[in-house]
Design a protein around this ligand. Structure first.
Ligand SMILES: O=C(O)CCC(=O)C(=O)O
Ligand SMILES: [Fe+2]
Length: 349
């Protein structure tokens, strides 16, 4: 969301949103588009290396990229009308709109007891004592949701997908994605969850990446299917701290592999880690750490993703283009920038 979308406040994106980081799934490449000449100069060669060799294949890619640029131009107005229309959506589990501690795994509640939250060390000790793991530098996994809650959330997501004619894709990497903001879950479910729990963790474990100043977020669900969409290519996220929470268990494979950090690609000491996906458990990592999902070899996997953002970090540099952001106003679903002034309090509240 950022909560602004729930409250329909003005939001901002960096202008790179409209024409950069466009993912060409068939050739596993992120591209940007200014005009046909620039595109040809910058990407024809790399596309050729990846098997896009004939003129027809190239012109198909070009059409796809131009269509994506057009989609992005109307992304926010479409999102707004979908968001407003979906207020009419009838939940099959209306109780999930409202966050309740009963959705949380008892081990997570034990881990989050006040006595464990004195500093990063005490938190990590309680994480390890309550079913969690440290997999590598700033890569953690731990239980969060009960199985019952996970099942209800998946049922709701499935029903939402079936009963809404139009929904906005959260990104170009996973065409099965559903925005939890558009579903209406930001304000009374995600905001308390992030503000009362996740931010406490980011403040202690990701303070060097803006974890102490998280003030907005984006959340969506992704779905992998052995036959249609088994894996996710290597990328980094448009956030400061990311979480991927697995909501089911009827699949095999699908480990999340974490590698170098954007801007530190030369760090040869950085060992890649592959983290197992378990129902109700999250994987938490720096958003700018490159990662990909291994293919699932059986079944279907659904995860809830949260990208937590800090305006104080991203106002300085947009993570997607690496420049000082060229800020543009949008009516909803911004990317967590603020216009000059810092948010005075957590806008997730
Ligand atoms: O599939 C996953 O667990 C992670 C998905 C992911 O990295 C993303 O959607 O940004
Ligand atoms: Fe990701």
């Amino acid at each position: 969301m950022s909560q602004s979308s729930a409250a329909l406040r003005t939001e901002y994106v960096c202008s790179c949103f409209f024409n950069r980081q466009i993912f060409i799934k068939k050739y596993g490449l992120h591209v940007s588009y200014d005009n046909d000449t620039q595109f040809e100069d910058d990407f024809r060669q790399s596309l050729r290396f990846r098997g896009c060799s004939t003129d027809k294949q190239y012109s198909d890619v070009l059409s796809q990229v131009k269509a994506e640029v057009e989609r992005r131009k109307s992304y926010h107005s479409t999102f707004l009308s979908n968001y407003l229309r979906n207020r009419e959506y009838r939940y099959i589990h209306p109780e999930i709109i409202q966050f309740q501690t009963s959705y949380l795994d008892q081990r997570f509640l034990d881990m989050m007891q006040e006595k464990n939250l004195q500093n990063a060390d005490t938190l990590l000790q309680s994480l390890a004592a309550n079913g969690g793991f440290v997999h590598g530098q700033q890569v953690y996994s731990f239980p969060i949701f009960t199985k019952n809650f996970c099942t209800q959330l998946i049922e709701e997501i499935t029903n939402f997908k079936q009963s809404t004619q139009e929904r906005s894709l959260p990104n170009t990497m996973n065409f099965e994605g559903v925005s939890l903001d558009e579903m209406g879950l930001s304000y009374t479910f995600l905001t308390p969850l992030i503000k009362n729990y996740f931010q406490t963790i980011t403040k202690l474990l990701f303070s060097n990446w803006g974890g102490g100043a998280i003030d907005s977020f984006k959340s969506f669900a992704v779905r992998y299917d052995k036959d249609k969409h088994p894996s996710l290519s290597k990328h980094f996220d448009n956030g400061e701290v990311s979480m991927s929470i697995c909501l089911n268990s009827e699949f095999e494979g699908g480990d999340l592999q974490l590698e170098q950090v954007l801007g530190q690609e030369e760090d040869l000491d950085m060992e890649p880690v592959a983290v197992n996906q378990q129902m109700g458990h999250c994987i938490m990592h720096r958003s700018r750490q490159f990662h990909f999902a291994h293919p699932i070899t059986n079944g279907v996997r659904t995860n809830m993703i949260v990208w937590m953002r800090s305006s104080s970090i991203r106002n300085e540099m947009c993570p997607m283009c690496g420049q000082r952001p060229d800020i543009q106003e949008v009516p909803i679903a911004g990317d967590g920038f603020t216009l000059g002034q810092e948010r005075t309090s957590c806008s997730c509240s």
